[in-house]
Write a protein that binds this ligand. Structure first.
Ligand code: B12
Length: 427
């Protein structure tokens, strides 16, 4: 009896000591502060719709610039009042499930509680949307949006202790179990599912034993799949999906989670400037602060600091003098008769983005294209009048000769002799 007590004590302390290892090593405080400042500065762009993820990332930090965050919250609230969002393709559409969920999480991160009229309305809307999503899955086998957004919806309700419809949960559990078994999993989607499931584990009083068991085993499956996907350098999927995967490992922190190796890698990548897209920064800052989206539910906004000062923006890049040659091919693989849409070589200043390349061709009246604004930046939707739309489950894939780009048109920087292929494919 005494021996088994001793064993339990030792085992528990081993887990907690090991758990604590998933922390950024000391000496990186200035790096983390500079990331916090970059994210705060990114709020200044008034030309694009406010992004709830950026606000959430900042709220999960332990240091703040209250005025900047407060002003952004006002912009977010104004935006939430808009019933529809305008699309670059000319039609007004309803706000996506993911955006609705992120707005709800942002509102909670501002410490608006579940009883406020504002929040009640938001939660009601989200519950209704999740019902529609669930029906859509029943009828077509896929959500109206995608499983990443479906999971975000569950998460946003769950962190506020709102009972999520068991049928909605069941669909998430099934999907997570299914995708964990297949080879080409989308790590981001699996991670968001894992966060939602981990949150649901704390709401077990709402559900029967059978569902609780399934939630726990699906959450474990996510953790195991992420651990299996982790490479020797700590990358899980790719550099960007590692951001969310680390959140999951942090949220499920336990013995040998592999979390610290990936966290260390994120620190290294941060030092070499891999993460500059505000969306990536908003997912990076919480994990550097050892926080996850699950922590939003317990935020009380009391005794917060207000000590981040934003000095003038640091000087921009050095003047570019050199030019580079870039080959661009546009193909519509779904058009078997005439797949080649466009082909040319462009002479462009070094350091240009793929968007700069497309703009240069547009200015010379060689090519036309359209984009739609998204949380990650401009999303390419139409090239030379050929549309690739979500409703048809097609998209313009950005690739080189042998790899798929890890960034969008505004972020990817072309280099000399680069060959970019923009290919219409199905997803
Ligand atoms: C689902 C998804 C897709 C779907 C979107 C279709 C759909 N309706 O489901 C498909 C397969 C088409 C797709 C395409 C691409 N994706 Co994608 N995608 C995602 C995922 C898993 C979820 C997006 C989402 O629903 N967000 C929630 C909602 C609320 O946000 P949203 O901004 O309104 O969502 C829309 C946009 O994000 C847009 N979108 C999707 N991917 C991308 C990528 C970029 C760069 C941009 C600007 C927009 C965009 O589609 C979303 C749905 O309408 C994210 C993962 C993540 N962590 O965000 C990756 C992610 C955003 N995608 C990524 C990438 C790289 C791409 C591609 C550039 C891949 C490629 N080489 O072609 C292309 C975009 C090309 C283009 N035409 O501009 C990266 C972005 C990393 C970065 N640094 O920019 C992510 C983070 C995945 C990853 N870890 O690598 N994607």
């Amino acid at each position: 009896m005494m021996l088994s007590f001793l064993f339990v004590t030792v085992a528990v302390s081993f887990i907690s000591v090991n758990g604590k290892q998933c922390r950024v090593q000391s000496g990186n405080e200035n790096l983390i502060l500079s990331i916090n400042k970059k994210l705060l500065r990114s709020l200044g762009n008034k030309n694009i719709a406010p992004n709830p993820s950026l606000y959430i990332g900042l709220r999960l930090s332990d240091v703040h610039n209250q005025k900047t965050e407060q002003e952004y919250l006002i912009r977010l609230q104004e935006d939430m009042k808009e019933p529809t969002v305008s699309s670059a393709l000319g039609s007004d559409s309803q706000r996506s499930t993911g955006l609705l969920a992120l707005h709800t999480l942002a509102l909670r991160a501002s410490c608006e509680t579940a009883n406020s009229a504002n929040m009640r309305k938001q939660l009601q809307q989200l519950k209704h949307r999740m019902h529609q999503e669930k029906e859509h899955i029943s009828n077509t086998n896929t959500p109206q949006s995608n499983y990443y957004q479906y999971s975000l919806g569950v998460l946003a309700l769950c962190v506020q202790n709102v009972k999520v419809d068991p049928h909605v949960i069941r669909k998430l559990v099934n999907e997570v179990k299914k995708v964990s078994e297949i080879h080409s999993i989308c790590i981001d989607t699996l991670s968001m599912g894992g966060l939602a499931l981990q949150c649901l584990r704390h709401l077990d009083a709402f559900y029967d034993e059978h569902l609780n068991k399934d939630i726990a085993s699906a959450a474990l499956k996510v953790k195991e799949t992420l651990q299996k996907a982790q490479d020797d350098n700590g990358i899980i999927g790719n550099k960007f999906s590692t951001l969310l995967a680390v959140q999951v490992l942090l949220a499920m922190e336990s013995e040998h989670s592999g979390c610290s190796k990936s966290l260390e890698r994120l620190v290294t990548e941060s030092k070499i400037g891999t993460f500059y897209n505000p969306m990536a920064l908003s997912m990076l800052l919480p994990v550097l602060k050892h926080k996850t989206y699950l922590d939003i539910g317990t935020m009380d906004c009391l005794n917060e600091t207000d000590n981040i000062l934003l000095s003038a923006k640091p000087a921009g890049d050095i003047q570019i003098t050199e030019n580079v040659l870039v080959n661009l091919k546009v193909e519509d693989t779904l058009n078997h008769i005439n797949p080649e849409v466009f082909k040319d070589t462009v002479n462009i200043p070094k350091g240009s983005s793929l968007l700069n390349v497309l703009n240069a061709l547009k200015e010379n009246e060689k090519l036309t294209f359209e984009t739609e604004n998204s949380l990650w930046g401009p999303y390419l939707t139409v090239v030379n009048k050929v549309k690739a739309l979500a409703k048809d489950k097609t998209y313009w894939q950005l690739r080189t000769l042998d790899t798929v780009l890890l960034e969008g048109i505004a972020d990817y920087k072309v280099y000399h002799d680069d060959t970019i292929i923009i290919r219409k494919v199905r997803w």
